[in-house]
Design a protein around this ligand. Structure first.
Ligand code: HEM
Length: 145
């Protein structure tokens, strides 16, 4: 089911607390999933601790986290569905072309949620709202992957 307006505002409120920590978020995801980092031609085989301080890393972190921000901004309003579908369809097509499997998307998702849990005050209703929102987004992505 699409997110209710209340669920969407829970998701947005918590996301707003971390969304400017782009580098920190991508670092957390790569640290937990070296196999994801290894798929990036420009990062593969490099030292994450060094990479973390580079402009190239910041640029990429900004793109990925910025994409999540765009999606989160569109949640909870059925009028935004076509826009969301367009963004997700393009993103899935880019990643399909790069040979990224669903299993890695699921790893990414799990790390994103554990990052949030470590940074914002978590509770069952917030968790349920994120689960529903991410189920919707990932189901849509997987239908194009
Ligand atoms: C989970 C495994 C993933 C892998 C291995 C992966 C890999 C990649 C690679 C190799 C690039 C191209 C980097 C470049 O050459 O500059 C890229 C770009 C990008 N990725 Fe991912 N990605 C993953 C998941 C995600 C997720 C979940 C999102 C969104 C939440 C995302 C958003 C983006 C965006 C916005 C770009 C830049 C635009 C583009 O080229 O598509 N990626 N990704």
């Amino acid at each position: 089911a699409p997110l209710s307006a209340d669920e969407a505002s829970l998701v947005r409120g918590s996301w707003a607390q971390v969304k400017h920590s782009e580098v920190d978020i991508l670092y957390y995801i790569f640290k937990a999933n070296p196999d994801i980092m290894a798929k990036f031609p420009q990062f593969a085989g490099k030292d994450l601790e060094t990479l973390k301080g580079t402009g190239q890393f910041a640029t990429h972190a900004g793109r990925i986290v910025g994409f999540v921000s765009e999606i989160v901004a569109l949640m909870g309003n059925s009028a935004n569905m076509p826009a969301m579908e367009t963004l997700i369809k393009d993103m899935a097509a880019n990643h399909k072309a790069r040979g990224i499997p669903k299993a890695q998307f699921n790893e990414f998702r799990a790390s994103l949620v554990s990052y949030l849990q470590s940074k914002v005050s978590w509770n069952d209703s917030l968790g349920a709202a994120w689960t529903q929102g991410l189920d919707n987004v990932f189901n849509m992505m997987f239908s194009y992957l």
